[in-house]
Design a protein around this ligand. Structure first.
Ligand SMILES: [Ca+2]
Ligand SMILES: [Ca+2]
Length: 157
């Protein structure tokens, strides 16, 4: 009859170790769950928007015989896609480029004039802010002392 308590007593440290392992695993599981929940919430708050750049409006070109215009974003040329530039003299020019943009994100658009004999002119910048669906038009903020006046029209859907 004495054997039983002795065996049981020897088991106690084993049980302690087991219970601490279980506690630790539970903690890891809980952390994993919390991390998953956080990522899930982050992902559901993100939303893809479709950005369509519609038109480039020129009210006044920089050069008297018109500008050789192209658009850049993040260091890359985004328009025109099939030529070096588009010759613009003061008109409404369809741009028709599309991007996927996430809600809340912004995109800086640079307006450039190509020059054959000198460095290209950075005519202006504007920021597209993807906050809500709708149609927008903003004038480029000028970078230099040129006389140009351009605006961009886009749509977020
Ligand atoms: Ca120029
Ligand atoms: Ca030029």
């Amino acid at each position: 009859m004495l054997i039983k308590p002795i065996i049981l007593r020897n088991f106690i440290p084993v049980l302690d170790v087991l219970s601490s392992i279980i506690r630790e695993k539970k903690c890891k599981l809980r952390n994993y769950f919390l991390k998953f929940r956080k990522n899930f919430l982050l992902n559901t708050n993100k939303m893809d928007y479709k950005l369509r750049i519609l038109n480039l409006k020129c009210y006044l070109p920089d050069e008297s015989d018109g500008d050789e215009i192209y658009l850049k974003s993040n260091g890359n040329k985004i328009w025109p896609t099939d030529a070096k530039y588009v010759h613009i003299e003061g008109e409404n020019t369809p741009v028709k480029v599309e991007f996927t943009i996430q809600k809340g994100d912004s995109m800086l658009i640079e307006l450039w004039d190509y020059d054959l004999l000198s460095a290209n002119d950075h005519l202006g910048d504007l920021t597209i802010q993807a906050d809500a669906h709708g149609s927008y038009a903003i004038e480029f903020t000028k970078k230099g002392k040129d006389q140009s006046k351009y605006a961009l029209e886009w749509e977020i859907g």
